[in-house]
Design a protein around this ligand. Structure first.
Ligand SMILES: C[S@@+](CC[C@H](N)C(=O)[O-])C[C@H]1O[C@@H](n2cnc3c(N)ncnc32)[C@H](O)[C@@H]1O
Length: 192
């Protein structure tokens, strides 16, 4: 998954000089791939779980990359708020985060990130998608079964875009990005 995220974001313009925010970074699956690519001090990860952030530190230490992080690079948050010292964010990604949360969490995340983005900064977020009214839905590839009202969640594309269309963000549907379990991608651009 780390390699897939890195190749996807590089194809979408991620540069080593960019400041990147990994929303719900977990145990560092993406960090171990993207920290070596980014300039020193450009990676920031936020997560609800201090234990998972400790695991991410261990993973980065094991590959000799921990010292490439700046201060407050891995911080705990319950409300998607980056550390106050985080520079303006050029690219943010939330992979497999909103697949586990009700859709209003996406709205709260957008509100928290909007003031922290560079002008024109972009936020990429993955979702399971199912048609309006769908109950338990099996996704291929991967065989994941998702629900409209329980974890793992699915939503309609319209509902995701509606949640993303605010005075601070312009959403755009990307869809498939070769995710092995059929998660699909939404891109949101911060309005200047
Ligand atoms: C399925 S994991 C995905 C981790 C990582 N993005 C990856 O692809 O390996 C979902 C992550 O979202 C985090 N998370 C859930 N709610 C959150 C919140 N409100 N704020 C920040 N992180 C949250 C969880 O702790 C977990 O690490």
């Amino acid at each position: 998954m780390g390699d897939l995220q890195l190749s996807f974001l590089r194809a979408r313009g991620l540069m080593p000089s960019h400041t990147l925010l990994d929303v719900g970074c977990g145990a560092g699956r993406f960090a171990v791939r993207v920290v070596p690519y980014l300039d020193v001090g450009r990676y920031f990860g936020i997560d609800l779980s201090p234990t998972l952030l400790d695991s991410a530190r261990d993973e980065l230490r094991a590959i000799g990359q921990l010292e490439r992080l700046g201060a407050h690079a891995l911080t705990t948050t319950a409300d998607f708020t980056p550390h106050p010292d985080t520079p303006p964010i050029d690219i943010a990604i939330a992979q497999s985060v909103f697949t586990h949360l009700p859709l209003d969490a996406f709205g709260r995340c957008l509100a928290a990130l909007a003031p922290r983005m560079s002008p024109g900064g972009r936020f990429f977020a993955t979702f399971f998608v199912a048609p309006e009214g769908a109950g338990a839905t099996r996704h291929e590839p991967g065989g994941a079964v998702t629900y409209p009202d329980a974890d793992p969640f699915h939503f309609t594309v319209d509902a995701i875009l509606e949640q993303g269309r605010t005075s601070q963000w312009s959403p755009e549907w990307i869809g498939g990005w070769n995710h092995p379990r059929d998660q699909q991608m939404c891109m949101l651009t911060a309005r200047a």
